[in-house]
Ligand binder design. Structure first.
Ligand code: NAI
Length: 794
């Protein structure tokens, strides 16, 4: 036999990883685990346990505690009790603990990798080479942030007790993504791992003991969705961080709406994998293998929709099928295995069901003829062609090794298809043309875009979604902000609901011989003054009861028109930052021209002194955001690969704003200006107390080169208009700066499309105080970071 023949017939022999150490650890615990609360193992209060099994064999690995509300309560109490001492440590002390955790993860890396593979079914190659190194990297990176926290985030403070709920697809990695930033910023934690994969979280509990982390700083409770629900609803939790399905994310959003809990959600995805005809097809196919068959496709950012340029589709499908025929499926502890087991039977059945539905809807299903183990939970790599963009397999997250393939002709069509989903987590673009790649990347609605690469992650680069893939980022500077709040805001008093006391009487009109000319204020939609659809107006009175004028009573139809106008104006987001700055300066200039008349009218409601202060500070505020417009930049990250990641700050889109009542002009400008300075378009509901300000503002906007539709104003009953805005599915974010009832209402009403919410939580904000009324805290809510990864070198 020649060498070539030998080479061609060479087969892989079995290369199993030794599981003894991991199994011995389970034995050492009697294969039975309680919760980890206040630094010690604690039996469940209600006594319930459940089994966790190896999905590749079905064998039982251990029993773990089913957390009840009592267990959750005891864990939250432990975290609360530990908080003051943990927060009193210096940043350097926090850094040392995080560094110790990173070191200890590294020292235990093989044990953790094997345990992960046993519990989850993922190939050992992945847990050993990807999951666990990234866990260590996350703790290292955040040890650094802990060290720098006071310098880099001065004025910010920790949220407090954080509840964290994670899924089963990257159990220890998701734990690291949650716990590292929480500890680095001075929070204490109660974490609940997924019911299918609790073991590495319990191993991590032991690591916390080993490094001497103070008791109660990290608490781990195990259990199913009901345990997670109890954690979400616990009144003494200050923040919830969740990764999992969009459905549960929505339920959590609803459950926390009536509270002040801060919330970050990392949810599902249906990410496009776009291949242009000029791509290096062989590399793209290798990327695709990682994109959809990594971790059996149980990846929130899996490249599950293949979009191929039509001219190359046939060739590409052939190459993909050839490559699929070489994938090796089998026992995940075998080091030469590509595809391991599906985590649980329920997931396997779900994948099966969705594939059948895809075929019923017209897709053709192709699977390679590779051996599938007869025992355990396996699903073969699957390619669905002729998929209709509207079919279930093109729209729903399958969370399995199933690729849905479609074609496109032009870059524009690729973008349209790619964005044709409610999700927006990740995307891949393969093209040898840097211009095409970046042009397309910029238009994709996705938190991460990998150009000519796929599934790269790093602690320095924020990860998270657009649209119904959730909000908030994990990793990087923006990830830390999810665990911090401005210190003044945390302690701010409730907003005052009593009418503003007038500090000086308004001046009486001098000419009393003729009646004043009726002043008609209108709505402002799409750059035009518009009469309200209702045909009604409402009276606006001054602080002394005097009739000041009538404002239009806007309704649902007006809001809908305003949203449409704002959407149409989204080109504003693509205008250069310099152009936006110029327009804002011009707005300030024109407001300045009218300062006396505007202050005069406003004084009838808020008094002369406040009115003058609102106008002069308002002009300054516009200047501030004009200044920020071309300075609130993104970043370039240098992850530990041959890559750069461009962290672009992109506008969120169309934002609904409920402006504060108590400072009709300054409050309005303090919300509208940051939002438009970064490229959003807005529908603003001006102060119900003095909506006549609208008339002054549109005259300013009309003379300031502000493109039509960038700012739309609808006056009326704030509560009614807010409801329509909050429920509107074509708005990307809603800000509500009213009272506590308003804050809870917008959060509850806006669950439908999971739009981002920013409120004052019913707390008073001093708009006249620079520290409270303007700056990065507002700007940070106007953007979402998109990381575009670009490889360099050969
Ligand atoms: P899931 O969203 O139900 O579970 C994730 C975590 O949330 C688990 O720890 C679970 O115990 C907990 N949980 C469940 N219900 C809860 C509730 N009401 N309140 C608080 N916590 C709750 O995901 P599941 O059922 O395991 O998987 C179903 C589908 O979800 C998958 O097929 C996949 O499409 C998607 N999924 C997406 C993930 C992602 O990373 N984007 C991760 C896991 C699942």
């Amino acid at each position: 036999m020649s060498i070539v023949e030998k080479f061609m017939t060479m087969e892989y022999g079995p290369a199993p990883e030794d599981p003894r150490e991991a199994l011995a650890w389970l034995d050492c615990h009697g294969r039975r685990f309680g919760h980890f609360i206040h630094g010690a193992w604690q039996a469940p209060a209600a006594g319930g346990y459940f089994e966790t099994t190896d999905p590749s064999t079905g064998e039982k690995l251990a029993t773990v505690a089913q957390g009840s509300t009592l267990d959750v309560d005891s864990a939250v109490k432990a975290a609360r009790a530990a908080l003051p001492a943990w927060q009193s440590l210096t940043p350097h002390a926090h850094a040392r603990y995080l560094y110790a955790l990173a070191r200890q993860v590294q020292k235990h890396s093989r044990w953790l990798a094997v345990l992960e593979t046993l519990d989850n079914g993922k190939p050992i190659r992945e847990s050993r080479d990807i999951d666990i190194p990234l866990v260590a990297r996350h703790f290292y990176h955040h040890a650094g942030w802990a060290q720098l926290l006071e310098q880099e985030f001065s004025g910010y403070t920790a949220c407090g007790v954080v509840g964290q709920i994670i899924p089963w697809n990257f159990p220890l990695l998701m734990l690291a993504w949650k716990i590292a930033p929480a500890l680095a910023t001075g929070n204490t934690v109660v974490l609940k791992p997924a019911e299918f994969t609790p073991l590495t979280a319990l191993a991590f509990a032991q690591i916390c003991q080993e490094v001497g982390l103070p008791a109660g700083v990290v608490n781990i409770i195990t259990g199913d969705g009901s345990t997670g629900e109890a954690l979400v609803k616990h009144p003494d939790v200050d923040k919830i961080a969740f990764t999992g399905s969009t459905e549960v994310g929505r339920a959590i959003r609803k459950a926390t709406a009536q509270s002040h809990k801060k919330l970050s959600l990392e949810l599902g995805g249906k990410s496009p994998f776009i291949i242009f005809e000029d791509a290096d097809l062989d590399s793209a196919v290798e990327g695709l293998v990682d994109g959809i068959w990594f971790n059996q496709g149980q990846v929130c950012c899996a490249g599950s929709r293949l979009l191929m340029q039509e001219s190359t589709a046939e060739k590409l499908i052939g190459k993909i099928q050839d490559r699929m025929n070489t994938l090796r499926m089998g026992p995940p502890l075998d080091k030469a295995i590509d595809i391991g087991a599906i985590v649980a039977r329920v997931q396997l059945e779900r994948i099966q069901r969705l594939v059948e539905q895809g075929v019923a809807e017209g897709a053709t299903c192709w699977q390679p003829s590779i051996p599938v183990p007869s025992r355990g939970l396996y699903f073969p790599p699957t390619l669905l062609c002729n998929v209709h963009p509207a079919s279930a397999v093109a729209q729903q997250e399958i969370f399995g090794p199933v690729l849905a393939a479609m074609t496109f002709r032009t870059p524009r069509e690729a973008v349209e298809l790619a964005n044709n989903t409610v999700y927006g987590l990740a995307a891949c673009v393969w093209s040898e043309s840097i211009n095409v790649s970046l042009h397309v990347a910029a238009q994709l609605k996705a938190g991460v875009v990998w150009v000519n690469c796929t599934n790269l992650f790093d602690a320095a680069c924020g990860f998270g979604g657009y649209r119904e893939s959730g909000y908030g980022r994990e990793g990087g500077r923006e990830g830390l902000l999810e665990y911090l709040e401005p210190a003044w805001f945390k302690n701010a008093p409730p907003v005052h609901t009593t009418p503003l006391a007038i500090d000086q009487p308004p001046e009486e009109p001098t000419d009393t011989t003729a009646p004043p000319i009726d002043r008609t204020v209108k709505l402002y939609i799409g750059g035009k003054q518009a009469r309200p659809d209702s045909g009604y107006s409402f009276e606006v009175r001054g602080a002394d009861g005097r009739l000041l004028g009538e404002a239009p009573l806007g309704n649902r139809k007006d809001i809908r028109n305003a949203v449409e106008a704002a959407r149409k104006a989204e080109g504003w987001g693509q205008a250069t930052a310099h152009s936006r700055a110029q327009v804002l300066y011009y707005v300030a200039e024109n407001l300045s021209q009218r300062r006396e008349e505007i202050a005069g009218r406003l004084s009838a409601v808020v008094g002369k002194r406040q009115a003058e202060a609102e106008v002069s500070l308002g002009i300054e505020r516009i200047f501030s955001y004009a200044a920020w417009a071309d300075k609130y930049d993104g970043a370039v990250h240098n992850p530990p690969f041959h890559n750069v990641a461009l962290a672009m700050k992109e506008p969120i889109g169309t934002v609904g704003l409920i402006c504060p009542a108590d400072a009709p002009l300054l409050g309005f400008l303090s919300l509208v200006m940051p939002a438009i300075s970064t490229g959003n378009t807005v529908i603003a509901i001006p102060s119900e107390k003095y909506p006549l300000i609208t008339g002054d503002l549109y005259q300013v906007f009309e003379t300031s080169d502000l493109p039509d539709g960038v700012v739309n104003m609808v006056t009326g009953r704030a509560a009614e208009l807010m409801k329509t805005l909050a429920e509107h599915d074509d708005i990307d974010a809603i800000w509500c700066f009213a009272d506590e009832v308003g804050a809870a209402a917008v959060k509850t009403l806006s669950v439908g499309n999971l739009k981002q919410v920013f409120t004052n939580e019913g707390r008073a904000i001093d708009w006249f105080d620079l520290k409270q009324g303007e700056g990065r805290w507002f700007l940070d809510h106007t953007v979402q970071v998109k990381n575009i990864w670009i490889p360099y070198g050969e």
